[in-house]
Ligand binder design. Structure first.
Ligand code: PMP
Length: 377
């Protein structure tokens, strides 16, 4: 069998954390019941198991009340809930110049006025170049780490400014959760949006919306339905998490995430991925006909590196990496055309390599050799 090198972890991580598939199978085979619906013991036990996953997530991300951990269908769903439940048409929303369509599209569909924080050529935000009327800003939504260049944004100074002006801050942690430590309270976040299936190495089809107490109180639900609570009322309950969790949860996913959270160690992951990124960037320096997008300092990124081939079409390069080298990458615009515009790689896009705790030094070296050979064709 051909050994493939999976370097598309920014799309979804593979392999999953140890114990994830076992926990999902165990739920499906031996638990199987809904939560918050029946009063029999197995239902109660399952409810306790789900609560323990909420508690593990809350503890990992500095959320002081596990009831403010909302399970969603993914990071996109979490972002949509935080945006659509808060802004109205015409509201001014501050974003970075590196946003994913999961942020751009809901804000555009809502008819918001978008003000972009300028970036340098590496995609690092330059708050000092922002000329905005802070008092007019209703909300800030910002990606923590770019899914194109891996660029980590300096969100602490942004958060201090937003906090001083009383502006809620929604952080898109799609590419940072699990890769970097994140403390919601320390960053004064109103909402933290996380996919289960990327850096946390849990299952697909599950995401997390972590809310501050104040933001939860001002956020309206955008999905309505049964919660197994206050069933006599035709309104959503006011209490959490029920207010934002109608319908049956993705329970196999929640059990799988429970196992993933037992492996959660962002400091060790960060150390490993930074070493790999450093090696990959060093190996690609000076390759003619190749542009590396984003900062060259490994500590300024997560383990995501995109390159723009000048001698060959990027889609063809990605196809060759697959067919001849068995290296799996993603080409194109990565659902983030604004990031590519900022990085100067629009409309041609780039070929993205993204790492995980399972990625090895040998795999990085194989990728370096392959890129060098393809660029030299
Ligand atoms: N934001 C960013 C920066 C992303 O990279 C992604 C996934 N590509 C998302 C949001 C959406 O995440 P999901 O696909 O899990 O909904």
């Amino acid at each position: 069998m051909i050994r493939e090198i999976y370097l598309d972890n920014a799309a979804t991580s593979f392999p999953k954390a140890e114990g994830v598939s076992d926990a999902m199978k165990a739920y499906l085979d031996t638990v199987g019941v809904n939560v918050g619906r029946g009063s029999y013991a197995r239902c109660m036990d399952s409810g306790m198991a789900v609560l323990s996953v909420r508690e593990a997530v809350a503890a990992a991300f500095g959320c002081t009340d596990a009831r403010r951990v909302i399970f969603t269908a993914g990071c996109t769903a979490a972002l949509n809930m935080a945006i659509n439940g808060f802004v109205r048409e015409g509201d001014t929303v501050l974003i970075s110049s590196m946003e994913h369509n999961a942020v751009i599209r809901p804000l555009t569909a809502r008819g918001c006025r978008l003000v972009r924080i300028p970036s340098d050529d590496d995609g690092c935000m330059r708050l000092d170049r922002l000329n905005a009327d802070w008092d007019a800003v209703k909300l800030c939504v910002c990606t923590h780490a770019s899914n194109v260049s891996g660029t980590i944004q300096s969100i602490a100074p942004l958060s201090e400014n937003l906090h001083a002006h009383g502006i809620p801050f929604v952080l898109d942690a799609a590419q940072s959760a699990g890769h970097l430590p994140i403390d919601m309270e320390a960053l004064h976040l109103a909402a933290l949006c996380i996919p289960a299936h990327k850096g946390l190495r849990g299952p697909q089809g599950l995401g997390l919306l972590l809310l501050s107490e104040a933001f939860a109180a001002s956020l309206s639900p955008t999905v309505f339905g049964g919660t197994g609570s206050v069933s006599h009322s035709d309104r959503m309950p006011r209490f959490l998490p029920d207010r934002f969790e109608p319908g049956t949860l993705n329970l196999p996913g929640v059990y799988g995430l429970g196992a993933a959270m037992r492996a959660y160690d962002p400091i060790a992951v960060r150390r490993h991925e930074t070493a790999l990124t450093e090696r990959f960037l060093a190996g690609l320096q000076g390759v003619p006909q190749l542009r590396i997008l984003g900062p060259l300092e490994p500590e300024k990124r997560v383990g995501v590196v995109s390159v723009d081939f000048a001698s060959i079409d990027n889609a063809e390069a990605s196809a060759l990496l697959d067919s001849e080298y068995h290296i799996l990458t993603r080409c194109g615009l990565h659902c983030a055309p604004e990031a590519h515009k900022t990085l100067g790689s629009y409309p041609q896009g780039a070929v993205r390599f993204s790492f995980s705790p399972a990625t090895t030094v040998d795999e990085i070296d194989a990728a370096i050799r392959a890129v060098r050979e393809i660029a030299a064709r």
